[in-house]
Design a protein around this ligand. Structure first.
Ligand code: AMP
Ligand code: ZN
Ligand code: FE
Ligand code: FE
Length: 273
């Protein structure tokens, strides 16, 4: 019973708060369950689970794959994946390594622009090993090379800026299949952000099981459209705040978007772990 927030990030990816603090925050906000959905990693889950036991908050294991759909970045959420599956472990390891290599290359480019920044400066920002441009942007600010992360993106690391290097991504198809293989439940994250609803039917044909209907960036028309689609295609409905910690850009607070625990119960009918 209660409200649940099924889309939450921690500092194991690009969130600002550690999993323990995130669970405490759920308690403060009177949320009964949170889905920890870090980008490309499940490393924050053990701590989150521990904290959940202490505070009586249900922690739903999740992940958010940053995947590629025909050159577009599309996010796939996976709930209740078995972390022990070798193929999943291997893919997560590969993603970690390729992110490290990519940030290292970006740092080299920044050095070429006479910006003195090291890998350690970037690694300091995050607890985990999932390095992304938001961490690099914060490190550049700390070093005094820019006032805001937005400035870091526009001057140095945005996709049209001089130190940009593309990141390796798995495809959306690979993400859905991998989640299914791990016994998990694949859900399309914030479909309202892609402007390409054909993605949905495409992914359903390979096993997509749910759709994130409720998200801070969804307008009422989006919510209604995706609710209708969920009914038509018999998809699970999820939702959450996409919390990244207060103070990161326009990130809303934990629980800014929640769904009734009834939705989580529906999802759990398909869990295998
Ligand atoms: P990455 O996956 O490492 O390439 O980083 C992508 C992330 O950087 C996105 O999810 C955003 O959170 C952030 N980002 C991208 N462009 C900008 C921008 N112009 N200003 C601030 N943050 C941005
Ligand atoms: Zn994020
Ligand atoms: Fe996302
Ligand atoms: Fe997210």
């Amino acid at each position: 019973m209660g409200r649940v927030d099924l889309h939450v990030h921690t500092n194991y990816s690009d969130g600002l708060m550690d999993p323990f603090a995130v669970v405490q925050e759920a308690l403060n906000k009177n949320i009964s369950a949170i889905g920890i959905t870090d980008h490309d990693t499940m490393d924050g889950l053990s701590t989150a689970k521990q904290a959940g036991k202490m505070y009586g908050i249900e922690v739903v294991p999740g992940i958010e794959f940053s995947a590629d759909y025909d050159g577009k970045e599309v996010h796939i959420l996976g709930y209740y994946c078995n972390r022990e599956l070798n193929e999943l472990k291997q893919t997560l390891q590969d993603l970690k390594r390729s992110r490290l290599e990519r940030i290292t290359r970006m740092i080299q480019k920044l050095k070429g622009l006479n910006l003195d920044i090291s890998l350690a400066d970037v690694q300091q920002i995050t607890k985990g090993e999932i390095l992304g441009r938001p961490h690099l942007a914060l490190a550049l600010c700390r070093k005094g090379y820019c006032k805001t992360t937005a400035e870091a993106f526009s001057k140095y690391i945005g996709s049209n800026a001089p130190a940009y290097v593309k990141r390796f991504k798995i495809t959306t198809g690979e993400a859905v299949r991998l989640i299914l293989k791990s016994g998990g439940i694949p859900v399309l994250a914030h479909p309202g952000l892609y402007n390409a609803d054909e993605i949905i039917s495409d992914l359903i044909s390979i096993g997509l099981m749910g759709i994130e209907v409720f998200h801070p960036d969804h307008r009422l028309v989006d919510i209604l459209r995706y609710k209708k689609m969920a009914r038509e295609y018999n998809l699970l409905v999820t939702g959450g705040s996409d919390f990244h910690g207060t103070g990161i850009g326009s990130s809303p607070f934990l629980g800014y978007v929640t769904v009734d625990s009834q939705y989580l119960e529906e999802i759990k009918k398909y869990r295998r772990i």
